[in-house]
Design a protein around this ligand. Structure first.
Ligand code: SF4
Length: 343
């Protein structure tokens, strides 16, 4: 396995193609059948009200702001029905850290969804779960168990950004710490739930801090095996406070190099996603030769990175075309990365 110093050295290399080929070899070993997967699902952002003021975020509104909202259940039900009608298998539901929504609100929401729809609920990032446990005065483990028992199937890796407290202090001072993020995932894994690991890079972190992030999630995966995938993307500047100090977004080269090094470093992750939502379809397609074996969601709805300037759009047919053109077989999967249709 690659060690942190070797990863840092690789970041310093300008042999982009060589790094890509090494990542492609790892991808080929783990996915010799040449399939690239995607999912049909929808992001539902149940509230944009948040108390954390992360400087990279253009999505949140403060409590009392005229654009603040909490979606009524009926609206959420309509969005889920629409997702199912479009062939979708899951929803990724996330929101701001609302100071007044206690666990009963989420339990009621999840159980009423499960009563109505056969849909996978991939919801609530670590910061939201920590917030729910604090607002409700419950231990973290009890919080996750109650959410699971009400219908939560798996947990997305959002809120990781860079898992290094010096970076977090600069870009998301109030939000959960590295230890809290990892605790949520460890506890969820110990309860038999699967989660994903993410990384938002290009927010002014050092390469060493980026590698620390990879090292930490690789260690958790060694202990628990509970991550289904690693999903890296780049900081989007538009409408964010952090844009004042981070003047430029990561380039395609930096994205591809980071994707490839992640693929090589995270040997114990089966799936690594190439992102079209933040990189566009063309870079995403190249990413399939830099270690990516999945292109994520067709995104019937997305509000968070689009608030920060990522406006790429794709239909299922377009995603299938870029996958095929890159030399792979496209296949729809479910949230847990199982083949959904053999198409
Ligand atoms: S990233 Fe999440 S926690 Fe931070 S301000 Fe935005 S909505 Fe709130």
């Amino acid at each position: 396995m690659m060690n942190p110093q070797e990863a840092i050295d690789l970041f310093a290399s300008d042999d982009l193609i060589g790094i890509g080929m090494a990542a492609d070899a790892v991808r080929r070993r783990l996915h010799p059948e040449g399939v690239v997967s995607y999912i049909i699902d929808r992001n539902i952002n149940y509230t944009n009200i948040c108390t954390e003021y992360c400087t990279f975020c253009a999505f949140y509104r403060t409590l009392g702001h005229k654009e603040g909202y909490v979606l009524p259940k009926e609206v959420i039900f309509d969005k889920i029905q629409e997702t199912i009608d479009l062939g979708g298998t899951g929803v990724l539901m996330q929101g701001g850290l609302h100071p007044d929504l206690k666990i009963e609100w989420y339990e009621d929401l999840f159980s009423s969804i499960k009563k109505r729809f056969p849909i996978h609920l991939h919801c609530l990032s670590s910061p939201e779960i920590v917030n729910i446990s604090e607002v409700s005065g419950l231990p973290l483990r009890d919080t996750i168990m109650r959410l699971r028992d009400s219908g939560l199937d798996s947990i997305p890796g959002g809120g990781a950004e860079i898992l290094d407290d010096a970076v977090r202090h600069r870009i998301s001072r109030l939000k959960c710490s590295t230890a809290e993020w990892t605790e949520v995932h460890r506890v969820a894994h110990s309860l038999g739930m699967r989660t994903t690991a993410t990384m938002m890079f290009g927010c002014g972190e050092t390469i060493g801090q980026r590698v620390n992030h990879l090292e930490l999630i690789r260690r958790i995966q060694e202990e628990t095996g509970g991550f289904t995938a690693f999903i890296p993307w780049t900081f989007q500047r538009e409408n964010t406070a952090l844009a004042r100090s981070v003047k430029q977004e990561a380039t395609a080269t930096e994205y591809l190099k980071t994707l490839a090094i992640s693929r090589i470093y995270l040997e114990n992750f089966l799936n690594v996603q190439s992102s079209w939502v933040t990189q566009g379809l063309k870079t995403c397609q190249v990413g399939l030769r830099f270690g990516g074996n999945d292109v994520g969601s067709i995104m019937i709805e997305e509000n968070v990175v689009s608030a920060a300037g990522a406006h790429h759009r794709a239909s299922e047919e377009e995603l299938r075309r870029i996958i095929r053109d890159a030399g792979f077989v496209p296949r729809q999967r479910d949230t847990l990365y199982r083949a959904y249709f053999l198409n």
